[in-house]
Design a protein around this ligand. Structure first.
Ligand SMILES: *Cc1c(COP(=O)(O)O)cnc(C)c1O
Length: 404
């Protein structure tokens, strides 16, 4: 058997080989894209056993699919999870998980800085079912722990957060939540399993928008949940009935992207640190948000729980949104786009990307300046990205000084 999940294997090797062996057909070195919706059985007893789940196999494409299964296995192996199940998007993974586990009257504790869509589930959709979400100031650990101790079904966390790269102590919060009888769910999209493994820090479930770093090429949407096998089984059951299934072609694209996950994330993290350090000393910049910088509010926690600090940073410009308008169109090596985690650098303001769902007032309340730019570092040479930012910022400084 080639590949497989031996505990001694390093993450890079798991990213390449993990989960594939069962589905390499007739000597093929690559996993096939199986587009079949149905799976035929000559033996009615065998069919029945597969349908009951007592024998491995596939029945119908909404439930399971070979290509999709390999994608789930690769994520499971990378996160060190008991089980994994996948979804059509990251938001489907998040909503299906919450709607599987929550009941009317339950309480969720989370952070004000969760991903914009997640925030909307807490504020707009869960209340329809009598489920209250208490959203805490993100880096106030004492506040979060106090809320959890008042009773909660779920503690839902993200670290680093979007777009201001805040860090919470996953081990400390998971221990406190478990002591209070709550489940711990972590959205690990920004860190990826290469930089952070929340299950090893005490989380019960890890969620990814695979659309971002896991796929890495901005050409397929997908989501995944992994962790405790019993919980994943319940979430899988919700998804097989409610139907937010990952498409086999998307699963293939995500799977292929994941083979280079360790290379990409290593390069993106190294470049992001260089870029953040450059920006921190640039006169046109107001503030830089990157957990790898020694003066980041929770750098010490980041250092403790992450191998490296990831490929996303953000910065605010002196000169407000006018400066953002001047800078962004001048960048040669950044798509001005809402996605992140791709091989190409992307940049954009939160008001058109991560926090488009919020009003300007709501963004201000979250401490997101209107002059903020989120910058997702691609795999280009860092020197070219730095030169690109330099020329863009020089023009901004020049034009703003002419006007004033
Ligand atoms: C993009 C994103 C999501 C949502 O994922 P989709 O694939 O766009 O549905 C959730 N969480 C985080 C942190 C994200 O960046």
């Amino acid at each position: 058997m080639r590949g497989g999940n031996t505990p001694t294997t390093h993450l890079g090797t798991r990213a390449v080989w993990g989960g594939e062996d069962e589905y390499l057909l007739q000597g093929a070195t690559q996993v096939p894209v199986v587009h079949s919706v149905g799976y035929g059985y000559d033996d009615l007893d065998e069919w029945h056993e597969v349908a009951l789940g007592t024998r491995p196999g596939h029945i119908y494409g909404r439930n399971t699919n070979p290509t999709v299964h390999v994608f789930e296995e690769k994520v499971r192996i990378l996160e060190g999870a008991q089980a994994a199940t996948s979804f059509s998007t990251g938001m489907a993974a998040i909503s299906n998980t919450l709607f599987t586990l929550l009941r009317p009257g339950d309480r969720v504790v989370s952070l004000v800085d969760t991903y914009g869509g997640t925030n909307k589930i807490f504020s707009e959709f869960l209340p329809n079912f009598g489920i209250h979400a208490s959203l805490c100031p993100t880096t106030n650990h004492a506040w979060i722990i106090r809320e959890v101790q008042q009773g909660a079904k779920i503690l839902y966390l993200e670290s680093p957060t979007n777009p201001t790269l805040k860090i919470v102590d996953l081990r400390q919060l998971a221990d406190a939540a478990h002591a209070a009888g709550a489940l711990v769910i972590v959205d690990n999209t920004f860190a990826t399993p290469i930089n952070q493994q929340p299950l090893a820090l005490g989380a019960d479930l890890v969620i990814h928008s695979a659309t971002k770093f896991l796929g890495g090429h901005a050409d397929a949407l997908g989501g995944v949940v992994c962790g405790n096998a019993d919980l994943v089984q319940q979430i899988y059951h919700y998804r097989e009935i409610n139907g937010a299934t990952l498409h086999p072609m998307s699963a293939y694209l995500l799977l292929r992207g994941m083979k280079t996950l360790h290379l990409r994330v290593r390069q993106q993290s190294a470049s992001a640190l260089k870029i953040a350090s450059m920006l921190a000393n640039h006169p046109a910049i107001d503030q830089v948000f990157y957990p790898g910088l020694p003066d980041h509010e929770n750098h010490a926690i980041a250092k403790k729980q992450m191998r490296d600090f990831g490929g996303v940073l953000s910065f605010s410009l002196k000169g407000g949104f006018d400066a953002v308008r001047l800078l962004l169109p001048r960048l040669h090596y950044a798509h001005l786009a809402a996605n992140l985690g791709a091989v190409e650098t992307t940049a954009g303001p939160p008001r058109t990307t991560s926090h488009v769902e919020l009003t300007a007032e709501e963004r201000a309340a979250l401490g997101i300046p209107e002059s903020l730019v989120r910058y997702s570092v691609g795999i280009e040479d860092a020197a070219d990205l730095i030169a690109d930012l330099h020329q863009g910022l020089e023009r901004v400084t020049h034009e703003l000084s002419i006007r004033s």
